[in-house]
Design a protein around this ligand. Sequence first.
Ligand SMILES: [Zn+2]
Length: 92
Amino acid sequence: MKRRKVPLRMCISCKEMKPKKELLRIVKNSEGKINIDLNGKLPGRGAYICHNPQCLEKAIKHKLFERIFQQKVDKEIYVRLTDILTENDEDI
Ligand SMILES: [Zn+2]
């Protein structure tokens, strides 16, 4: 039997380790641009957050993305993240 390793990543907000697929990736590329990585394929430094509006709320409040990327994060990114997370929440 082969043991399959599920890659775990940590949510920057609640610090829980979860499979990559259950998290949303936010990426800062080499030009310092921050993007939401919906397909998990963008190059750059990534940060992960749960598909959970509460985690996002906390991340925004405590400027967790700013801390990780060491730069300002566009308000637009937060608006889009909120949209994405709220949508997913309804599916559950
Ligand atoms: Zn979380």
